[in-house]
Write a protein that binds this ligand. Structure first.
Ligand SMILES: C[S@@+](CC[C@H](N)C(=O)[O-])C[C@H]1O[C@@H](n2cnc3c(N)ncnc32)[C@H](O)[C@@H]1O
Length: 280
């Protein structure tokens, strides 16, 4: 397994093999809702779409299916490892309308060649999401769609409460806050779009699992695992306090017979058209 010691401090999750696998599993939870948001945002056959911060290609694949073989999707990311996996997955699924390029979104040239610029779980990693939106919108062609999807981790909860689950969600939120990022970015999409001079439409969804869906506990465990080195450095929790090797089992045990209702983080989508006059 690749050691990820040299992680980009600006991107706290890193790109270990395990993290890339986590991205793929996480995408499974949010696939239907993401497709719904992209449909509402107007993705349709024949469109040319840019997916920024595409990771291992889950949103890219949804966009590719919406634009069809007559359209095209370009996925960009800073991680060549993620793009290699994404490329292999697209090839295996026969999605010939998809290409990938390793580049930071800040440096990407040629935005005016796309009908839509989309991204999921990427603005949360930006120091100034509104400035990123503003830059993308100003470089995109007039009339292009700018559609982003983010979650709000602070809305994740269980009824009745599960203290160990809440404590670990709290650690994740604290980490993002300490590195100057908003783990509730989904709830701030409206403000970020407005600050960027865009007039967004929005939709929000919550995945709810009654009866002890164990995959949710794996999702939290693997998120904590990816963030653990930074949690240690920032004094949020030591590896001993986290106990990563037994965390998932303890979360499952805490939920007992599965009578808890688990509310996943709210997913929020926002989309706007460039060149639309914003009235304040
Ligand atoms: C949490 S992942 C989300 C991946 C994918 N959009 C999804 O929803 O499954 C965020 C991705 O953004 C990429 N990323 C971070 N900073 C970036 C930047 N400045 N430019 C392009 N990609 C970036 C990371 O490498 C990572 O693959």
């Amino acid at each position: 397994m690749r050691n990820d010691e040299n992680r980009d401090p600006a991107y706290v999750l890193g790109h270990s093999e395990r993290e890339l696998a986590r991205l793929e599993r996480q995408a499974g939870f949010f696939a239907d809702m993401t497709r719904d948001i992209l449909l509402r945002a107007g993705l349709k056959p024949g469109m040319r779409v840019l997916d920024v911060g595409c990771g291992v290609g889950d949103v890219t694949a949804i966009a590719a299916d919406l634009v069809g073989p007559s359209g095209g999707v370009l996925g960009i990311d800073i991680s060549a490892e993620a793009l290699a996996i994404a490329d292999e997955r697209m090839r295996a699924a026969g999605r010939g309308q998809v290409r990938f390029t390793a580049t930071p979104l800040e440096a990407f040239e040629g935005l005016d060649g796309f009908d839509a610029v989309i991204g999921r779980f990427i603005l949360v990693h930006m120091a100034d999401p509104a400035a990123v939106l503003s830059s993308l919108a100003s470089r995109a062609r007039n009339g292009a769609t700018i559609a982003f999807i983010e979650m709000d981790m602070s809305t994740a909860t269980a009824i009745p409460p599960l203290p160990l689950l809440a404590a670990n969600i709290g650690r994740i939120i604290e980490l993002y806050r300490k590195v100057g990022r908003q783990m509730d970015m989904g709830s701030h999409l409206f403000a970020a779009y407005r600050a960027a001079g865009l007039a967004p439409q929005l939709a929000g969804f919550t995945r709810i699992a009654g009866g002890g869906e164990e995959a949710g506990f794996e999702f939290v465990t693997e998120s904590v695992r990816s963030l653990m080195p930074v949690m240690g450095k920032l004094g949020i929790a030591t590896p001993e306090e986290i106990g990563i090797d037994t965390l998932q089992a303890r979360l499952i045990a805490e939920a007992g017979t599965g009578e808890h209702c688990i509310f996943y983080p709210r997913l929020v989508g926002a989309w706007a058209t460039t060149g639309t006059v914003v009235t304040k």
